[in-house]
Design a protein around this ligand. Structure first.
Ligand code: ASP
Length: 326
């Protein structure tokens, strides 16, 4: 196996507003530790020659299983106090993609998205049909309560009382919420999507994203995460991108695809392309959040216009780096 590229992995665990509550060093450390361990697991795979697609899927699966992040177990609630999960994966080599939306029984949504990609007949399956497909594929199914945590339920009650869907970092302060929250980013003003992008040693790119969506969202609402081109995109000729933020705005500006298009059509560098999308296109429509992206040369961009974004990355066999704030 010829190693021609230094592999790169990057992950995010959502973007958001710094909590008004004081965050203890221990609390922040829990996030750093989780991010670091997950980056290290994907990094080890890449160093053994695994594909970018496998590494990105593994990282997202581990993030889904970690209750600190709002995807899989720990997902947020809809207005009706239910869960509706979305996920997507994309292979930059073939432009093959798979996604599922609005599911509530699939334990690891990213695995179902991967199964849709591998099946190849469709790109996006939603609701009951997606769940039937996952069942047929032998994926682990759970009761919706598996995803529930008390903290998320209380979060819904606070947000529902305001009549808002939490898509606005600049919205009303929810101090009570912050006070009860042990997370560096204010749980009520944070986007909890998780995602990963990878470049493997064969020069291939992949992206994966998974989310519980937005707290207090209307039942049936689908965000940017499972929409190829909006929250997730990968193309070996340009970059792999996974987004987190106010999904409606990411959909409207085709955020993930726009990064790649700026590179392909305008010759923009990854840095310039992500900066334009995150600091110009998204704010122009009121979009808040960020994205992680890696290009075919291994350049990395972890960009956000919110106060913080849980993130981590590793290049080659270098020690993983993690960060929460700017
Ligand atoms: N982008 C996600 C959505 O709109 C939310 C998030 O990033 O946490 O569903």
């Amino acid at each position: 196996m010829t190693q021609t590229h230094v592999p790169v992995i990057a992950i995010h665990g959502g973007a958001g507003t710094i909590s008004a509550a004081t965050t203890s060093a221990e609390q922040a450390q829990a996030y750093h530790d989780a991010l670091k361990n997950i980056v290290a697991a994907a990094q080890a795979m890449l160093l053994k020659g695994a594909s970018a697609l496998d590494a990105a899927c593994l990282a997202v699966e581990l993030l889904e299983e970690c209750p600190l992040f709002n995807a899989g177990h720990g997902a947020v609630f809809t207005h009706d106090e239910t869960h509706e999960l979305d996920a997507a994966v994309m292979d930059g080599t073939t432009l093959a993609a798979g996604a599922i939306a609005g599911v509530c029984h699939i334990r690891r949504p990213v695995r179902a998205a991967r199964a849709v990609l591998e099946d190849g007949a469709h790109v996006l399956l939603a609701g009951a049909g997606a769940e039937t497909f996952a069942r047929e594929r032998g994926l682990e199914m759970v009761e919706p309560s598996f995803f529930s945590t008390e903290a998320r339920r209380q979060q819904l009650y606070r947000v529902r009382g305001t009549g808002r869907v939490v898509t606005d970092h600049e919205g009303a302060t929810m101090a009570a919420a912050a006070a009860a929250t042990p997370s560096p980013l204010d749980e009520d003003k944070k986007f909890g999507t998780v995602g990963a992008v990878a470049l493997d040693m064969h020069g291939h790119l992949a992206a994966a994203t998974s989310t519980g969506g937005m707290t207090n969202k209307r039942v049936g609402r689908i965000g940017d995460s499972p929409l190829i081109g909006a929250g997730t995109y990968a193309d070996d000729r340009t970059a792999a991108v996974s987004c987190t933020g106010s999904g409606e705005m990411f959909i409207r500006v085709a955020a993930a695809y726009d990064v790649c298009a700026r590179m392909a059509y305008g010759g923009a560098t990854l840095e310039a392309a992500t900066h334009a999308v995150v600091q110009q296109s998204l704010p122009a429509v009121g979009g808040s959040g960020g994205l992680i992206a890696v290009d075919r040369h291994g350049n990395l961009s972890l960009a956000f216009n919110s106060e913080g974004m849980y993130r981590g990355h590793a290049r080659g066999n270098e020690a993983p780096l993690t960060a929460i704030f700017a």
